[in-house]
Write a new protein. Structure first.
Length: 390
């Protein structure tokens, strides 16, 4: 990679020589070319070729002479560092406003060594993380000809690192709670409480409930992992949507009855869509179950209708609703609006993450609308080709 960049930089400087912009470096570059005997510049024949080379470099590229003047800055570096004016011919400290990058340049110049550092810049009110590499090009007399600065955007990698760290922390916390309860009650029983028939039965029930919670968590984690790694294949077949919803209502009917929540539907009886039956059942059970959990009175309703040639499966409830600041994070692993309430109701924090991934695996879209105290509506948007009959 470094050799490739070095070749490109030398190509750039040759173009500058041909255009008369850096005539004073002509003899030095010629000597360098003779010494290395590694590069062939015959393919560079015009400024258009030079421009094409620059555009092909997605990393930010900055070239600085030994006195700190900018010889070249490609468009990527201008975008990254928010440089509006033409920087060529100006001192780097006039153009670059990031102290960490300036320090990296100075240190690399003084040490005549390749140096790397992570720097952060602000762009659009957000932090952009960059991996900056400074590479001084030195001639046979140990004098710096110029300094190459490469800026690689690692923001996405940082985000993934944060997600991984949060995931490990969340999994540890989710596992710790039931394991601690199981251990605590088991020790209490061993210490003599097992002879207390009334309390021993209660403790054993708690242990069983916590074990069930662990099982649900592990199963959800495995399901999510399999979806993300592509182990779960979506096999679409023609299915009757009304039958799927009836099955879901049958499974969750007792749970809804205990809270006096009415399960309703508004689905044309002959609505047929292309979907993976087992995975659609999984999606609908999660959505309806969530509606029941977070609704104290009223109903959970499943509706199907067409909008702009697309089919919409809408799951609506009259529950507690979700505020706007939380809405965009719904679907993240372990994210809960109300941590205590969700755990109390037996949620693993992975249900909607599984729903989101399964919907996307079908090639569909997931939309959500909610108002605090007004309820929540989650819609699955199905493309026209998956609607067989309506």
């Amino acid at each position: 990679m470094e050799l490739f960049i070095f070749v490109i930089v030398l190509l750039i400087l040759i173009i500058f020589i041909l255009t008369g912009k850096i005539r004073t470096l002509s003899s030095k570059l010629e000597n360098l070319k003779q010494e290395e005997q590694l590069y062939d510049f015959s393919t560079v024949k015009s400024s258009q070729s030079f421009e094409t080379i620059l555009k092909s470099i997605t990393e930010g590229l900055l070239i600085i002479d030994p006195k700190g003047y900018i010889m070249l800055a490609n468009q990527s570096v201008k975008d990254i560092l928010k440089i509006d004016e033409s920087p060529e011919g100006k001192q780097v400290i006039e153009i670059v406003r990031n102290i960490d990058l300036i320090n990296l340049i100075s240190l690399s110049m003084s040490k005549k060594e390749d140096l790397t550092a992570e720097i952060t810049v602000k762009k659009g009110g957000k932090d952009i993380y960059l991996l900056a590499k400074a590479m001084p090009v030195v001639n046979s007399e140990d004098k710096i000809l110029f300094l190459i600065i490469l800026l690689h955007d690692i923001t996405r990698l940082k985000q993934l690192e944060n997600v991984r760290r949060d995931f490990v922390a969340n999994v540890s916390h989710e596992l710790k709670t039931p394991v601690t309860a199981i251990k605590g009650y088991a020790e209490t029983l061993l210490d003599g409480a097992i002879d207390d028939r009334e309390n021993s039965k209660k403790f054993i029930e708690i242990i069983k409930n916590q074990a069930d919670r662990l099982t649900a968590l592990v199963e959800d984690l495995l399901t999510l992992s399999r979806i993300e790694f592509g182990d779960i294949k979506i096999e679409k077949k023609e299915i009757l949507l009304d039958e799927i919803v009836n099955s879901v209502f049958q499974i969750l009917g007792d749970k809804a009855d205990k809270k006096d929540i009415h399960l309703q539907k508004d689905i044309p009886p002959r609505t047929i869509i292309q979907a993976d039956k087992h995975r659609l059942m999984q999606i609908m059970i999660n959505l309806v179950d969530n509606g029941i959990k977070f609704t104290e009175k009223g109903f959970v309703k499943v509706v199907f209708f067409k909008k702009n040639s697309k089919g919409i499966i809408s799951v609506e409830d009259t529950g507690i609703g979700i505020s706007k600041e939380h809405l965009q994070r719904i679907g993240e692993r372990f994210y809960r609006v109300d941590q205590a309430r969700s755990r109390q109701l037996g949620g693993t924090g992975l249900g909607l993450a599984i729903v989101k991934h399964l919907v996307l695996a079908h090639g569909w879209q997931l939309d959500m609308k909610s108002e605090v105290g007004e309820g929540t509506t989650i819609q699955i948007v199905i493309p026209e080709q998956d609607i067989i009959q309506f």
